[in-house]
Design a protein around this ligand. Structure first.
Ligand code: GLY
Ligand code: MN
Ligand code: MN
Length: 465
């Protein structure tokens, strides 16, 4: 078992959490369950992100119990030579306090017997709401056991609180260790994108047939070669028109000379995600229409990046993107001024959403769509209501989150042009997204994923190489 940081980092996080539980509070947090794939085969195991954030412990079958006085108890799989021969090394409860810095550790087989005693005398029970199937029922059962002993002097907690609240806020601002890990993850992913681009051009130059899975294999090879455990999400490798399917997955599509390829892929390293998208010409040379749309998306990304800094709102980069894209769509004739009106009309009526239908970013961290409220907590009570011009739904707009140094988000504008009447034919079936990962700083943001270039000339140069 290798911790990617010293035990004191996790102990410090647990202390910060404990201080928010109240002196008589108690937090209960299981790691993720193992998931059966079929028969006696499981999916590759991935720990729970909250659990890992507070422990650095990656084994399955483990629970953390943290009390308001700052004490942590770990329940984990017991040593078992027979099981370890089949499934691998287990830390075990005897070694856990020294290795993980927890105050006490027991076998997971003692969890049910010990929980009522740990809950007795506490006032608030904190656990992550709606994240672990059956957890509510388990907690309920343990509370029932405590209540069954009130005549013997037991005191039963009377409040249930969502542990996601304080943990989401803590995870939203990344500390130095997290930022360093994310820089390295992004660097590995950038190298993988470069290799996939170069492979595409090289295979086409050599007259070979290129399939999406060839490029996917190149990404995976580079992720693992550099020590990443696995992709942070299902890689998108979308050739030609497939790029207009937002959740397309790397499949067997033919990568044709003259078409664009959109790759959205990032590795996970030591529990942290990266998330990069590049769109490039399969043969290494942009055509005129491809270049025109690409330059527009890139200009919109530059506007979003300029709007990303401490003190800005989370929605500012999106608004900056939309302004640039909307004007470009009018200029290139994808939107007809005579039908949609002025730039202000396009923005107000969201006419751009035919070609740009997603947000410009999301939080990034241990999870690719990381936790953290998108609403500024102090202003959550303020909202205005509006009718969405497209769906007709009533939407509540609350003040968007104010960015702070250390928050990490993606900046990922795109354009997706499906064939339709009135859409210039030279743009049909072009899908473009450019996505980078940004650490917010006081003065701006640090783009940690630019190890793979975005400029047209630089992409063409590296694909020639
Ligand atoms: N790769 C997932 C996303 O870009 O949000
Ligand atoms: Mn993303
Ligand atoms: Mn992505």
């Amino acid at each position: 078992m290798n911790l990617s940081a010293t035990p004191s980092l996790y102990a410090e996080r647990r202390a910060r959490l404990a201080a928010q539980l109240g002196p008589k509070g108690i937090a209960i947090l299981p790691t993720a369950p193992e998931q059966q794939r079929n028969r006696d085969g499981d999916f590759l195991y991935r720990h729970d992100s909250y659990f890992y954030y507070l422990s650095g412990f990656t084994e399955p079958k483990a629970w953390l119990v943290i009390t308001g006085d700052g004490k942590t108890t770990l329940f984990c799989a017991p040593k078992d030579m027979e099981r370890e021969i089949w499934d691998g090394y287990r830390l075990g409860p005897d070694a856990a306090p020294a290795q993980l810095g927890v105050d006490a550790a027991y076998s997971i087989t003692e969890l049910a017997a010990q929980m009522p005693g740990l809950l007795d005398g506490r006032d608030a029970v904190w656990y992550p709401f709606a994240t672990h199937k059956g957890l509510e029922t388990q907690v309920d059962g343990w509370l029932g056991s405590v209540r069954g002993r009130v005549r013997l002097g037991a005191l039963c907690p009377d409040q249930l609180r969502d542990l996601c609240g304080p943990l989401d806020e803590m995870r939203l601002v990344k500390d130095g260790h997290e930022q360093a890990t994310m820089r390295r993850a992004a660097q590995i992913s950038a190298g993988a994108h470069i290799r996939a681009m170069q492979l595409s051009a090289r295979m086409l130059r050599d007259g070979q047939e290129v399939r999406e899975y060839h490029l996917d294999a190149e990404l995976l090879h580079e992720f693992r070669r550099q020590g990443s455990q696995y992709p942070a999400y299902g890689s998108i490798v979308a050739a030609g028109a497939n790029a207009c399917v937002l959740h397309y997955r790397a499949d067997a599509g033919r990568v044709a000379d003259g078409e664009l390829v959109l790759i959205d892929a990032g590795c996970e390293l030591d529990g942290y995600a990266s998330d990069i998208t590049r769109t490039f010409p399969a043969n290494g040379k942009f055509s005129g229409p491809q270049r025109a749309l690409y330059e527009l998306v890139l200009a919109s990304q530059e506007a979003a990046i300029a709007a990303t800094h401490a003190g800005a709102r989370f929605t500012d980069p999106h608004d900056a993107t939309v302004k640039v894209l909307a004007q470009g769509l009018l200029d290139l004739g994808l939107l007809d001024k005579n039908k949609v009106g002025t730039l202000a009309d396009v923005i107000e009526k969201r006419a751009y959403s035919t070609f740009y239908m997603h947000r410009t970013g999301h939080w990034l961290g241990m999870d690719v769509h990381d936790c953290g409220s998108y609403v500024e907590p102090a202003e959550a009570g303020r909202f205005t209501e509006r009718k969405d011009p497209l769906s007709g739904d009533t939407v509540k707009d609350r003040p968007s989150r104010i960015l702070q140094a250390g928050m990490v988000l993606t900046v990922e504008p795109g354009l997706y042009v499906r064939p339709a009447d009135g859409v210039p034919v030279q743009f049909h079936n072009i899908g473009i997204r450019i996505e980078d990962d940004a650490i917010v700083t006081a003065a701006g943001c640090e783009l940690i994923s630019r190890g793979v270039p975005v400029a047209v000339d630089e992409i063409e140069a590296l694909m020639r190489g």
